[in-house]
Design a binder for this molecule. Structure first.
Ligand code: ADP
Ligand code: MG
Length: 692
């Protein structure tokens, strides 16, 4: 038998041709490991017989043996259509072959003669008082027991992949996989009532009962969480093992900046600054997650910590997910830090060769104290003289990867990951289990809570009138749309058309701007600068303004087709206003034909501005299987596990992993690979962009 490991490309599995390979790739399946953890979204329980008469009480599902009572023919739009009248011990049911040509109809009449006994399973519905088979699978009685006394997996599909062929492919894969070794120690499996790997795979893909399927999934989920927690724990150990001599850092520069600020630090900011100073002076590298809602003042905290390093003659790198945000950080740094004599540099992918070289040299020579940029900061040719501190803004996945890369290079700078995407506790534990967490819970004083209003599209005029009053007071407004430009296929407002309409019809005479992800970086920067300075008063945009953009004089956020945006995006967008002392407003304008889920999202937005609550609700609402937002943050690439449902399992896995490593820190414990998905693999770094 052909032996494989979990990293083997999926095309090596029997039955996978070029088309199937393409379709599988669309499902995120490239390796056999990923194929084996393609978890069914449902099961069709054919383990028990359900006669026709019981179908309606069973969600329409039946699984029975019937005899063909007679044929009947009728006409649908002039087409002769064959109907089989079936009888089992409980009732009659009808089954019609719609839409066939004459030859096919004759073929079926011949293949299914009256008197033939059939095993048949499927769904039926009552129509005109008669039970009609809607979906069905049938074979001559007794010929295919594996199809009619079993629990069939129902997989997520893509492309032209059919349920039947995917079942075959997966079956081939796990039948070939009986040699797979289980990395989970037997005693841990025993304690958790978990199946060994090959049994778990069989249970998931070919269960004898729904209970067995659930036990199988649970075992795979535990395995996935355990391997992840092993890695998290190992990383924590590695960091703690990187012992360095402690040193005292002078806070003189830090204090100078605090004195120069036109406001007081909030109590939470002070606490965070203190926590970080203790980390920085400790005998192993800092690895800290700074969480705080948009506008809570995280960036300032990061700057203050960076000043400790500047004072000590060491360098800081601050990385933002987009050029726009990096520029904004750079502008803030120029405003706050340059007066203190801090030497700043900006570094991005857009930096041309000619400008890049001197910047590289200055960094290497130590002529730069703080460099701000995009992930171009971590290109291979970028060298520092003494990199002491790395700040990563809003890019969680990147933070983890980057940290691993730096460690691999033997560099152990202090690392701060900042997040305004409030990360629910459970996720923080899973992905950042080895990081310390600082929280900024309260907003700077004087900020008024944002007023949020929901408005039906038909009432958009009223919203525009309200905004007119705010503009009259000298304030500014964002208008956000789900599309960049008009799309014939979708009946949605778009940023470009609305930009013209806002400028020419709704607010003639008020200077407006348009921004979206397809503009060049320079163009985006110029527009943001104009909006920031007040030259532009109205900004029509896509969700490109989602993260981090900071214009305190903007008091109105109008989101049209708000039903189209996820909770996380809505929260981020709303966070663009309410950043100054004035009362700010968010208007969520929605179309009448929206789903219950969208309604729930909007209700939550109206009810609370607490980012942490919104994040938890988001996770609950989306449920397993649709976590794209969180996934974008790089936190949840689980295949078998799903959070928050598997929180307890994750806590158990965490305990088990820690216990193992505590007993034997040098243990060459299982690598985190194979059955887990792309997980922590480098590469997939997501940035801010327009909503789909
Ligand atoms: P975040 O990075 O958390 O989104 P920022 O650090 O960008 O927040 O701060 C948002 C705005 O609030 C900035 O204009 C900043 O100068 C200001 N700010 C920060 N801390 C305070 C404070 N304690 N009091 C008043 N304003 C503050
Ligand atoms: Mg920020």
């Amino acid at each position: 038998m052909y032996l494989y490991d979990l990293q083997t490309p999926v095309r090596r599995v029997r039955g996978v041709g070029p088309q199937a390979e393409k379709d599988l790739a669309r499902l995120g399946i490239h390796t056999i490991g990923e194929l084996l953890t393609h978890i069914p979204r449902d099961y069709e329980d054919r383990s028990k017989r359900v006669p026709f008469a019981a179908a309606t009480g069973n969600g329409g599902r039946f699984n029975t043996t019937a005899i063909i009572d007679c044929h009947d023919f009728f006409y649908v739009r002039g087409k002769k259509t064959l109907k089989l009248v079936l009888r089992d011990e409980s009732a009659l049911a009808e089954l019609s072959f719609f839409g066939r040509d004459e030859r096919a109809t004759a073929h079926y009449a011949n293949k299914y003669p009256p008197g033939l006994r059939l095993d048949i399973a499927g769904t039926a519905a009552l129509s005109y008082g008669k039970l009609q088979c809607v979906k069905f699978e049938m074979e001559p009685a007794g010929t295919h027991p594996e199809l009619f006394s079993c629990v069939l997996p129902v997989y997520p599909l893509a492309g032209s992949l059919a349920q039947k062929s995917l079942r075959k492919i997966i079956r081939a894969a796990y039948e070939q996989g009986s040699h797979l070794e289980d990395e989970i120690p037997a005693d841990i499996r025993g304690a958790g009532n978990l199946l060994p790997l090959s049994a778990a795979l069989k249970a998931v893909h070919d269960p004898a009962s729904l209970d067995e399927a659930a036990a199988g999934r649970r075992s795979l989920a535990f395995r996935e969480l355990f391997l992840m927690q092993m890695e998290v724990a190992r990383r924590a150990l590695q960091r703690k093992a990187a012992v360095r001599s402690t040193r005292a850092y002078s806070p003189a520069l830090q204090e100078k900046l605090i004195k120069a600020l036109p406001f007081q630090l909030t109590a939470d900011q002070k606490k965070c600054v203190g926590e970080m100073r203790a980390d920085i002076e400790a005998d192993h590298p800092m690895s800290r997650l700074l969480q705080g809602d948009v506008g809570s003042g995280k960036t300032l905290v990061a700057f203050l910590s960076a000043l400790l390093f500047t004072q000590a003659g060491r360098q800081t790198a601050i990385m933002a997910p987009t050029e726009l945000l990096a520029r904004q950080h750079a502008d803030n740094a120029a405003r706050l830090l340059q007066p203190l004599g801090v030497r700043l540099a900006f570094f991005s992918g857009a930096l041309s060769g000619r400008a890049r070289k001197p910047a590289l040299q200055a960094l290497k020579a130590g002529d730069i104290d703080i460099v701000i940029g995009t992930h171009a900061l971590f290109s291979d040719d970028v060298e520092f003289r003494d990199l002491g501190f790395v700040v990563i803004d809003e890019q969680h996945r990147f933070g983890v990867i980057q940290r691993n890369r730096l460690f691999a290079k033997g560099l152990y700078p202090d690392i701060l990951v900042m997040s305004a995407t409030p990360i629910p506790q459970t996720l923080a534990l899973s992905a950042f289990g080895d990081m310390d967490v600082s929280l900024i819970k309260t907003m700077p004083e004087g900020r008024k809570p944002i007023e949020t209003h929901l408005a039906l599209e038909a009432n958009a005029r009223k919203v525009y009138e309200f905004v007119r009053v705010e503009l009259g007071r000298g304030h500014q407004a964002y208008f956000v749309y789900p599309l960049i430009e008009e799309n014939q296929a979708a009946d949605l407002k778009d940023a470009q058309s609305m930009y013209h309409k806002l400028q020419n019809e709704i607010y003639p005479g008020v200077p407006a701007g348009l921004i979206h992800s397809r503009l060049g970086e320079e163009e985006k920067r110029a527009i943001m600068a104009d909006f920031s300075s007040g030259k532009i008063r109205i900004l029509a945009a896509t969700s490109v303004v989602e993260v981090g953009v900071d214009v305190p004089n903007a008091t109105c956020m109008v989101i049209e087709h708000a039903e189209r945006f996820g909770l996380a995006a809505l929260h981020q967008l709303r966070g663009r206003v309410g950043r100054g002392a004035q009362q700010s407003y968010a208007f969520l304008v929605y179309a009448p034909e929206y789903t219950g889920l969208a309604q729930k999202r909007l209700t939550i937005m109206k009810e609370t501005t607490d980012g942490f609550r919104i994040a938890e609700e988001d996770l609950l609402l989306r449920g397993p299987g649709d976590l794209s937002g969180v996934r974008q943050a790089g936190l949840l690439d689980f295949r078998a596990a799903s959070l928050p449902g598997d929180t307890q399992l994750m806590l158990d896995a965490r305990k088990a992993a820690n216990a193992i490593l505590e007993k034997d820190p040098g243990l060459n414990a299982p690598r985190h690979a194979g059955l887990r998905g792309a997980g922590t693999a480098a590469g997939a770094v997501s940035g801010a962009g327009d909503a789909p």
